[in-house]
Design a protein around this ligand. Sequence first.
Ligand SMILES: NC(=O)c1ccc[n+]([C@@H]2O[C@H](COP(=O)([O-])OP(=O)(O)OC[C@H]3O[C@@H](n4cnc5c(N)ncnc54)[C@H](OP(=O)(O)O)[C@@H]3O)[C@@H](O)[C@H]2O)c1
Length: 295
Amino acid sequence: MPSPLIIVTGAGGRLGAALVREWKSAGLNVLGLARQELDLAQPEQMRVVLASLDFGVLVNCAAQTNVDRCETERDEAMRINAHAVRTLAEICKAKGARCIQISTDYVFDGAKTSRYTEDDPVVPISHYGESKRAGELAVLDVSDRNLAVRVSWVFGPDRPSFVDGIVKRALTEEKVEAIADKIAVPTYTLDAAQLLKPFLFDVPAGGVLHLCNGGSCTWQEYGQHALDCAAAAGMPLKARTVGPLKMADLKAFIAKRPPNTAMSTAKLTRLTGIAPRDWREAVREYITQHVAVNG
Ligand SMILES: NC(=O)c1ccc[n+]([C@@H]2O[C@H](COP(=O)([O-])OP(=O)(O)OC[C@H]3O[C@@H](n4cnc5c(N)ncnc54)[C@H](OP(=O)(O)O)[C@@H]3O)[C@@H](O)[C@H]2O)c1
């Protein structure tokens, strides 16, 4: 018997596209809805589209993810990242379906010097973080079966991110730099698909869950490892070393970024028995299988 239908919203994005592809290829019954099919800015359209579908779980990957835009377009950020999430969760509840909301490490202020757990207090320091926290509270308020899954530094083949950008720059520029005073954990979208799969039907836990690769790094270390992997894969890089930058030097940033948001995945491991692999291994695989072959 096929699994109940899984709906993935934000299916045109980096994470959403990967979840749809990976879960479909694992034999699950998945329907991806991109922005043109389901617009979180249009609650009535959301109700009409979802009313016609019979599904067991909805994973919301759609969001206003531009951290600086959220600072200047605050109403829009709240509408997409929080109010629409409540609407989705209410539609799910009426259907007897579970709602899994993808959230972010930016709900923390980044002042902690060790890893954040799900029990740590949240103190967003940007409007993006505030709107995503409001989305978490909305989804958890509607049903205690719902999950808010925090990811960080998402990378993967469906939309370029930091890791693609730094390799691209190193192919044409003699000198590349990245921030050395901000720490987090990269999350490979293909790993996220595997790590999240048990929570669709098998692990009924609700609440907050941290989901990312193992280890942690600064942006500079992340970039350096990406260049090392690209060079090892034979890419003709002009720059081989990533120089350090300070967050304070990046005048283009509008929103404040939390300095340390490395998250613990102990809860995920306790619930599933799976320990996420180290981010370095995931980046190596990504560069070898997806970047070097195209670059
Ligand atoms: N990227 C990261 O490093 C990171 C870190 C922490 C948490 N997260 C969270 O992870 C989730 C997935 O992010 P991602 O990396 O996949 O980002 P992404 O590539 O920007 O994907 C977000 C998707 O949401 C869609 N979207 C935006 N506004 C919408 C609306 N009004 N209605 C429907 N869809 C809308 C976007 O559509 P378009 O394709 O039309 O733009 C895009 O496809 C988000 O919840 C994000 O907050 C991401």
